[in-house]
Write a protein that binds this ligand. Structure first.
Ligand code: OAD
Length: 269
């Protein structure tokens, strides 16, 4: 099938759909300036996940090389702090005007909500929510708060960077006190999925008849099982990605910010 035939078929499926799930990964935010994880310039290429993607690795690195952890945190937080939704996020939000939609995202950047999507399951949590170690809500941060944290980490980086100095710069996102620990509600490797979002996402995914899978390598479990299970159940799966085809029925090859508005236009004019 040519790309234009694939687009026409995907548009037909969207028009016929009763419930749509849009399952997104880092690629949907690439054009908002947030790096992906596994592309050539991805985060895990620069910062090995065994050192930076789990709490014990991060803490161990912070004890001996606080500067490396500071660099990593700036690389993660700075793009999120200044990001804005791109035409891909906005097209996903606009889809709600035509059909019931749930967005299930592995991203922690808040951009789907900011674009106007009303039902968003953040299965890997959110960088804007601060919780205690046991998961109790502490406070919501704004993009502005994250910008302030980046500015403080940057100025701490200017001098001899000690762990204590880094810790102070990171407040209130991370607070390591003698009696309580605060952290962003993001899911690192080895941690349980964010609840209640993950349970809701599994239910929504069970109920959809079309799933758009946008900008994810599909390598991280258990999130990656959602499209596989939905397909097994008979849902129609449409992959949108400039890189590899996923395991869907149709593959719209290209960047999300280009393909999604085109798909919406083809489906609903
Ligand atoms: P990956 O970095 O693994 O995959 C990004 C996908 O986005 C790839 O398939 C790219 O081809 C695609 N992509 C790149 N640019 C794009 C664009 N402009 N438009 C659309 N797609 C584009 O990111 P994820 O699949 O999201 O988890 O990674 C999943 C999880 O691994 C993350 O949530 C994170 C990470 O470790 C945790 O930290 C628990």
């Amino acid at each position: 099938m040519s790309q234009s035939e694939t687009l026409a078929q995907a548009a037909r499926w969207l028009r016929e759909a009763r419930r749509v799930v849009v399952f997104t990964g880092a690629g949907v935010s690439a054009e908002s300036g947030i790096p992906t994880f596994r592309d050539d310039s991805g985060l895990w290429q620069r910062y090995p996940p065994e050192q930076f993607a789990c709490w014990d690795g991060l803490l161990r690195t912070a004890l001996v090389q606080p500067r490396q952890v500071a660099d990593f945190l700036v690389a993660v937080i700075e793009p999120i702090a200044s990001a804005q939704p791109n035409p891909g996020h906005r097209a996903i939000a606009e889809l709600e005007r035509h059909v019931p939609v749930t967005v299930i995202t592995q991203n922690v950047d808040g951009l789907h909500q900011e674009a106007g999507s009303t039902t968003v399951r953040e299965v890997h949590g959110s960088f804007f929510e601060v919780v205690t170690l046991s998961g109790r809500f502490v406070q919501l941060l704004s993009r502005r708060d994250l910008q302030d944290i980046v500015a403080r980490v940057r100025s701490a980086q200017a001098g001899p960077l000690k762990l204590l100095r880094l810790g102070l710069a990171l407040r209130p996102l991370i607070r390591l006190g003698p009696t309580s620990i605060q952290r962003p509600k993001i899911v690192l490797f080895g941690e349980a999925m964010a609840e209640p979002d993950w349970s809701n996402a599994q239910r929504d995914s069970d109920e959809c008849d079309v799933m758009l899978v946008v900008g994810t390598s599909g390598l991280v479990w258990p999130a990656a099982m959602l499209p596989i299970d939905a397909k097994r159940r008979g849902a129609r799966i449409i992959d949108i990605d400039p890189g590899e085809a996923g395991q869907g029925d149709l593959w719209l090859r290209g960047p999300a910010a280009g393909v999604l508005p085109m798909l919406l236009q083809a489906a609903f004019g």
